[in-house]
Design a binder for this molecule. Structure first.
Ligand code: IDP
Length: 185
């Protein structure tokens, strides 16, 4: 098989998307993934993980009888502290941590032309109550504290956040067969 030539750099922009615990509980993972697939973006990494919560006197507790401990515990509270570094002084930060550790979440990396800005537009306003209909938050949620997804807000942030959530070898470089139909000259 002759490998496809690699896509030019502007088609290889990447962004981090998290399907947050509320969306996993509400069985919305497929809906969120479907929107990015239908738009034409390419999935290059994905995993389900639970960030363990810190319980007083018990240390990190992941809520599951832990049969696959090493993988389960690849994440810890420090991951969320790094990811939400800009929010640590906010009054809602403890509640945000509790929310993000309340159950499994799905971390994904999507790739494609202008993917960071396009994804933010698809996700909608941080406050779900203000998010436009047609956006993920506007269609699937009602309140800022349970807003279904996270998406990186700039190319630089995306690079940093992908590094927080994924090892380099967890990203799969592949060329999609339909790129001549999703991208013009
Ligand atoms: P973003 O997720 O749209 O990038 P950020 O300001 O970075 O918005 O906030 C990160 C997350 O913190 C939000 O997605 C939401 O889950 C939570 N959050 C932001 N503002 C509030 C608030 O006022 N109350 C409760 N949670 C909030």
């Amino acid at each position: 098989v002759t490998p496809c030539p690699p896509a030019p750099p502007e088609l290889r922009e990447q962004t981090l998307v998290l399907v947050k615990p509320d969306a996993v509980q509400r069985r919305l993972v497929g809906d969120v993934i479907g929107r990015f697939e239908r738009r034409g973006f390419k999935l290059v990494a994905m995993k389900l993980l639970q960030v363990p919560e810190l319980q007083e006197g018990r240390g990190y507790v992941c809520g599951y009888p832990c049969i696959i401990a090493p993988r389960c515990h690849q994440a810890d509270r420090g991951l969320l502290d790094r990811h939400y570094q800009h929010l640590q002084q906010k009054p809602f930060y403890p509640a945000l941590l509790a929310y993000m550790t309340s159950g499994p979440l799905v971390a994904m990396v999507w790739e494609g032309y202008n993917v960071v800005r396009s994804t933010r537009a698809m996700v909608g306003d941080t406050d779900s109550a203000q998010a436009a209909a047609g956006t993920i938050r506007g269609d699937l949620s009602m309140h800022v504290s349970r807003n279904v997804v996270h998406a990186s807000d700039s190319v630089e942030t995306a690079l940093r956040e992908i590094g927080f959530w994924f090892q380099r070898d967890e990203l799969v470089a592949w060329e999609s067969g339909d790129s001549q139909y999703t991208y013009g000259p």
